[in-house]
Write a protein that binds this ligand. Structure first.
Ligand SMILES: *[C@@H]1O[C@H](CO)[C@@H](O)[C@H](O)[C@H]1NC(C)=O
Ligand SMILES: *[C@@H]1O[C@H](CO)[C@@H](O)[C@H](O)[C@H]1NC(C)=O
Ligand SMILES: *[C@@H]1O[C@H](CO)[C@@H](O)[C@H](O)[C@H]1NC(C)=O
Ligand SMILES: *[C@@H]1O[C@H](CO)[C@@H](O)[C@H](O)[C@H]1NC(C)=O
Length: 418
């Protein structure tokens, strides 16, 4: 009798305890959820980036396979100008809560293999607008063991500057260049922006093996692992376009000057008829792209050499010095990874750094542009996805969400799934 009574009491006590536990968990969850909701409705509102491939059911594999129905859908997105990205201010705001920003934007999930970690890379990003696209570029090339220098233009908007500063606050291996230029088209300031980053990157604790410079309308065509594997095969050589100057000698045979006029943002330096002295040290001039992939040893040479310093001073009043500076220096006898002066031209299509489609060579060297032309260069469209990914180059120029957001989404997707 007494045992039965004890048993009943014990059962009741357990039942009561379980009841208390359920109430506690419920109340706790309720309060906790409320706290979280308050957090969400605060000023650090995250944004959800439009995914047009999802919204319109566009299949990137089918785009890659050039299926007409899918290409048709992407063409409609292109024609409708359907993409509305987060504003610079929205991105700046989102970075005010870094813990949430890195999670919601997926930066926290990115990690390299041992193979990649033992071969860190450095990037110099010279950008001036569209924080949405810059953040997407950064995420596409991001690895926690690499290092990234962002040079924004002194003329950039305050919102853009805050967005860039926000990125550097949230990502410990991303920083703003210690010296910022007012970048003017085809002038020395463009080259100096990269040199400022390069000099900061030399000071970085990350012992990177190669440095790559990009602009805000570039996008990778290779994963970090694929890039590292290609770079290892270079065995210390640089990857830069370097050609005989041909018809471009006027760029340094005459003095050039920029009128100091704020409204002349996009105006290039003007030729002043006065003849210019030839380059110092009997340098033989070559031309190429402003965008290059350089070994650490070569970058050290650029950083310390008096020849480079003098050549830079001489280049100050030339037209578009960034397009002869690297091309000439990689051919200086004895430099690390030297390209012999007698070696044939390394063209834009043989140098793998950057794939650019010039209107003049469409239908000759490559299929026509399916996006839109800007100053004789193609802004890629979705129908070029296959060509871009199969060409073998490392970066594409140009992409723009205002022209074709689908090609960018598909590049993001394809690289993520490799
Ligand atoms: C996308 O297209 C590919 C190839 O065209 C096809 O194999 C795949 O099943 C498609 N995926 C979806 C979700 O429709
Ligand atoms: C394009 O605009 C038309 C007309 O407004 C709309 O019916 C269609 O769904 C849009 N398509 C895309 C892919 O944006
Ligand atoms: C950004 O934050 C500020 C201050 O909290 C707020 O006034 C503004 O509306 C926010 N802007 C956007 C686009 O979220
Ligand atoms: C600056 O440019 C504007 C517009 O091109 C022109 O009207 C003005 O005269 C220029 N000022 C100087 C100081 O050259």
């Amino acid at each position: 009798m007494r045992r039965l009574w004890l048993q009943r009491t014990a059962t009741k006590a357990i039942a009561f305890f379980v009841f208390l536990l359920i109430v506690f968990v419920y109340v706790y969850n309720f309060v906790f959820a409320r706290i979280n909701e308050d957090d969400i409705s605060g000023s650090t509102e995250m944004f959800v980036r439009q995914r047009l491939t999802v919204k319109y059911g566009i299949n990137c594999s089918a785009i890659y396979d050039m299926e007409p129905v899918e290409l048709g859908k992407s063409l409609a997105v292109h024609k409708n100008k359907s993409y509305v990205g987060p504003s610079d201010m929205k991105i700046a705001n989102a970075t005010s809560d870094c813990d949430r920003f890195v999670v919601s934007e997926g930066f926290d999930a990115i990690q390299g293999s041992e193979f990649e970690r033992e071969f860190p890379l450095a990037y110099s990003l010279v950008v001036h607008k569209n924080a949405d696209l810059v953040e997407r570029l950064l995420r596409a090339i991001y690895m926690p063991h690499n290092v990234y220098c962002i040079h924004y233009d002194q003329k950039s908007s305050d919102d853009f500057k805050s967005a860039m500063q926000g990125l550097t606050r949230c990502l410990p291996n991303v920083f703003i260049a210690s010296k910022l230029e007012r970048v003017q088209y085809a002038a020395i300031s463009r080259l100096k922006a990269d040199l400022n980053c390069l000099s900061d990157l030399m000071e970085s604790e990350v012992k990177w093996k190669y440095v790559i410079n990009l602009c805000g309308q570039d996008f990778p065509l290779r994963t970090n692992a694929e890039l590292v594997s290609d770079l290892k095969m270079l065995k210390g050589k640089n990857m830069a376009e370097t050609r005989q100057p041909g018809g471009k000698k006027w760029r340094w045979s005459f003095h050039h000057a920029l009128k100091n006029n704020i409204s002349e943002y996009y105006k290039s330096p003007l030729t002043i008829s006065e003849q210019k002295l030839p380059p110092p040290y009997d340098l033989q001039m070559f031309v190429g792209s402003a965008y290059v992939t350089l070994s650490r040893e070569f970058a050290l040479f650029v950083h310390w050499s008096p020849l480079v310093r003098d050549f830079l001073v001489w280049s100050e009043d030339t037209y578009s010095p960034d397009e002869h500076f690297w091309a000439t220096l990689v051919r200086v006898p004895g430099v690390p990874g030297e390209v012999m002066r007698s070696d044939p031209d390394i063209t834009e299509l043989t140098s793998k750094t950057r794939l650019v489609k010039w209107v003049a060579f469409e239908n000759i060297l490559y299929p026509p542009c399916t996006g839109k032309h800007v100053r004789a260069v193609c802004v890629y469209g979705a129908a070029e996805l296959r060509w871009l990914l199969n060409y073998g180059h490392w970066f594409a120029n140009k992409v723009d969400t205002d022209v074709d957001p689908v090609v960018i989404e598909c590049l993001e997707e394809k690289l993520k799934n490799r």
